[in-house]
Write a protein that binds this ligand. Structure first.
Ligand SMILES: *[C@@H]1O[C@H](CO)[C@@H](O)[C@H](O)[C@H]1NC(C)=O
Length: 296
């Protein structure tokens, strides 16, 4: 087997087994561990098969939530690519939230994969759409997801999977490093600096990207509940967080540290250009459909 390929390798592998299957030292060019000892997942740190076997044994099943509210040009590509790369080998339930259920395309789904379409109201301002996401996910977890899935991952729709996004990404509470901020000084992070907002932060750990977050259903329930409560309190006080739900998400992860952090491999923008530390790209920002946006 892989473990016996060479004696040197075997020792390393066995050491890794003891530390949650992860080789923290296999990547010396990047930070692989947070100050509170949560792993930051990079290519080369894990054996995908070990993670898959462990999660199959544990009976892990994953809900993927995605919103297509007035943004239909992205959904089919997102779902098609997800069928090729997202949590293959584990049961996956898609929850597609949309204002137009009739426009959700037929997707050919793999074994043990299913898709539910849930109708939601369309808010006129996109800022409200993105903030109401928290409430919608919370309701779905309480009424449905908690009975069927152990974990939940929440995605923006304007993205395309391009490589394995597998069970190594699962954890109790999972946050993603923002591709534009992972290598810049903290003082440049776009935290909300308005003390009137519940998302106000003076300092933080990282700048997390709201395009991907997840965890056990219990953790994601707690996260969405807290963010929704804070968003509503801001509304009552007539303030709006600088980056909407992302500001509230950053505040939440500052107060409740994620147990696992995903490197920007898990949501990369090719416009950034070549970076030697990005060895694989697993999910890419979709090219903006400017033509579609320009049509009246
Ligand atoms: C999605 O996949 C189906 C069949 O696998 C294909 O017919 C369709 O064109 C794909 N759609 C997109 C937007 O790539």
């Amino acid at each position: 087997s892989r473990l016996r390929s060479s004696s040197g390798c075997r020792t390393i592998k066995i050491t890794c087994w003891l530390i949650f299957f992860l080789c923290f030292r296999s990547r010396r060019d990047v930070q692989t561990c947070t100050s509170w000892k949560a792993p930051i997942i990079w290519e080369g740190m894990f054996d995908p098969d070990l993670y898959d076997q462990m999660h199959k044994k544990e009976g892990t099943s994953v809900a993927l939530t995605v919103f297509a509210v007035g943004r239909f040009e992205y959904l089919e590509t997102f779902l098609n690519s997800s069928e090729k790369h997202f949590m293959l080998g584990l049961p996956v339930s898609y929850y597609v939230f949309t204002d137009m259920p009739e426009k959700v395309p037929e997707i050919k789904l793999g074994h043990e994969r299913s898709l539910k379409v849930i109708k939601v109201e369309r808010h006129s301002r996109w800022q409200d759409v993105s903030m109401m996401r928290m409430k919608t996910i919370l309701d779905a977890i309480e009424s449905d997801i908690r009975h069927h899935c152990t974990h939940v991952f929440c995605f923006d729709v304007d993205q395309v999977f391009s490589g394995r996004f597998g069970s190594e990404a699962l954890g109790d509470s999972v946050a993603l490093l923002h591709a534009y901020y992972y290598r810049i000084p903290e003082k440049l992070f776009t935290y909300d600096r308005n003390p009137k907002s519940k998302s106000y932060m003076e300092t933080g750990d990282f700048y997390y990207h709201a395009a991907v977050f997840g965890g056990s259903w219990k953790s994601v329930k707690a996260l969405t509940e807290a963010c929704y409560r804070n968003i509503m309190e801001d509304k009552r006080n007539n303030v709006e967080a600088l980056w909407h739900d992302e500001s509230h998400l950053n505040k939440y992860f500052w107060l409740h540290k994620p147990s696992r952090v995903l490197s920007p491999e898990y949501c990369w923008d090719t416009n950034i250009g070549y970076r030697s530390d990005i060895r694989v790209t697993r999910l890419l920002w979709a090219p903006k459909h400017y033509d579609a946006l320009r049509t009246p």
